[in-house]
Each structure stands twice: as C-alpha cells, then as structure tokens.
Design a protein around this ligand. Sequence first.
Ligand code: ZN
Length: 361
Amino acid sequence: MALYAELHRHLGGSVVPRILWRFLQKEQSELLTQFADYGVFEEFYTRPRNTLEEYLKLHSMVEHVQTAESLPYFIYRLLRGAYVFENVAYLELRYTPYYRTDNRLGETDRIDQMNQIVSIVGESSRLVEYPIVTSQILCMHTKLPYAANKAIVDLAINRREFVCGIDLAGSDRLYGERMEEFIALYAYARNNGVNTTGHLYETPHGCHAELLPYLMRIGHGIQIPLLHPELLPEIAANGQCLEVCPSTYPKTGTLKDIAELKPVFDRAFDAGVDIAICTDNAGLHNVRLTAEYENLLTADIIGFDELRACQDAAFRHAFAWRYAERPAAMLGGLLQAEVDRRGLSCELSDREELSRIAANL
Ligand SMILES: [Zn+2]
C-alpha cells in the first residue's frame, strides 16, 4: 500500500536519467551526440552545480523535450516509479505550463495552448494500474512576462479539476525588481480561493518577507530558521508549512552538506513550524522520497518520531488530499476491522503496546 505524500516535485526534474536517455535514443535526438555513453550522460545530468541558476539550466533541457506529444510518456513513467519505488499515495506535480507549449508559436498562442497542456498532464496522471492521488501546481516563472503569469493564475482558478495551487519558480535573484507584480498575482489568486506556495527563502537571495503573508506553504524556506529565526513564531501562528527538499541544497551550492539542515529542523520543531520532506527534483538528484527520509535519519538530523511528524504534516498541508487521515492510519483501521471480523482477541491497542515495547528494546 502506498503511504506517503509528496508536495514538492517538478515535472521536469522528476525524469530519472535512464528514462530521459531512453527517450532521447527513441527520438534519435541530437542532444545525444554530446555524450559518449550513458555513464557520461548520467554524470553530467546528476552532478552538483555551483549555483541555483546553473542548476536551473538543466530544467530547460528537459522542458524542451516535454511537449504536448511526449508528456504522457514521461508522466506514465514518473507515476509508475513513484508508486512502485517510493510508496507515494499522493503527489502534487508542479511545472510551468508555458514552457511545455510549442516554442515555434508566438506568445499569445503559447498562452492559449497552456489550457491543453493542463488537460494532457491531468488526463495522463489518472493511471489505473499505479493509483496515486495527483494534482497539479502551476508555476509562475520569474522569466515570464506578466501576461503569461496572469494566465497561469487564471488556469488555476478555472481548471480546479486538475489544478490545486500555484507556485513561483525561477531564479530568486529576479524576484526583487518585480515583487509588486508577484504580490498582486498572489493576492488575486488568494481572493479567488486558489491555494498558494512559492519558492522563497531557499537561498540568501530569496529572502522577501513581504511575500510571506500570501503563501500557505513555503517552497524550501530553509533560510528562515537559518538566517531569520525571528520569523518562526509568526510562521507557526499562520500555520504555514516549510517544504524542505534535502538533496537540493548541496546540488545548488546553497549548502555544502545536508548536515547543515540540523538547525533547520531543530528550530522549526521548537517553534512549532511544520515541515514536509520533499524531493524537488528526484530525477536530477537520482534520490527518491524514501531515500530522502533515510538520509536524514542516517545523518542524525531527525529521528523516527520527527520523521513521522513530517510525514503527517505532508498530508495535513496537502492541497488536494480530502481525507482526515494519512493512508497509514487508514491501514491501521483496516487491521482493526480484520481483527474484529475474525473475532481475534488481540486488540489494536495491544498491538500498539507491543510496538512501543519493541521500539524501546
Ligand atoms: Zn522546487
């Protein structure tokens, strides 16, 4: 049974290197001529970058091959991998629809085509054999003109059957000069009942407190506990959740090592701020959600109790999860029902007692 919720995953960065390599081979893409073999390609694709900007260039490489025609191919493989290898039960997939439109068209036609892209992503995500509850987060982008970003918010307002929220992505060095515009777009979204998250406080360049009140969740937000812990009580009071993606920060040069995340978790927990652990770009990093959990445990950044709190928080802050409990709790209910049905004497409370004893051995 799939168990986990993933709140921060990019459609572009989710393509694992092997799947992208096979796709490029199938298409006989010219890109392949740059690489002697798969090993060279994988090394290029997954190696750490010095800055967020350099890292984002890789996104554009994948965006170019994700078109209206090829999106079903990538989404099928993405969901299959998430279900089989990661135990993902709930997935919010984020992307900038403008960058999946036909780049031979003019701006207005590309804006019009975004509606079709949302339909393709939505319909391709409904797989019977790998059932995951999915929804889309549409990303505005710092490089896009106002008209395209406004149209992205309008899609979030009008395509609620497939879309559960909006985000702001792209280099955070470009936020400052357009902050008023982004605030107006977020205010417009909130006034229309759209859920909001945004890449903010990811690097020291992305610290813009004026945008915080408009976000229900904060994409990364690690610089809040690291550089601005004074903001934590207000974040807790507002019920905002940090989407922490451990593998990202060493890849973008933001942190040297995930060990530097220890104060992020400690200070957030102390202040009562929720954290959802996410992958961001599971393909580019070659790190799946379950490995993100394990890496944090192995590095002694969190323990199992904290991990469970983060896994619970992910379902609580999910924009499109409509149930009170996470699947693990539902499975507990099924177990109890089975115990009752068979008339077994062992109550679930006894089982809990047993697992408590086992945990303390
Ligand atoms: Zn991200």
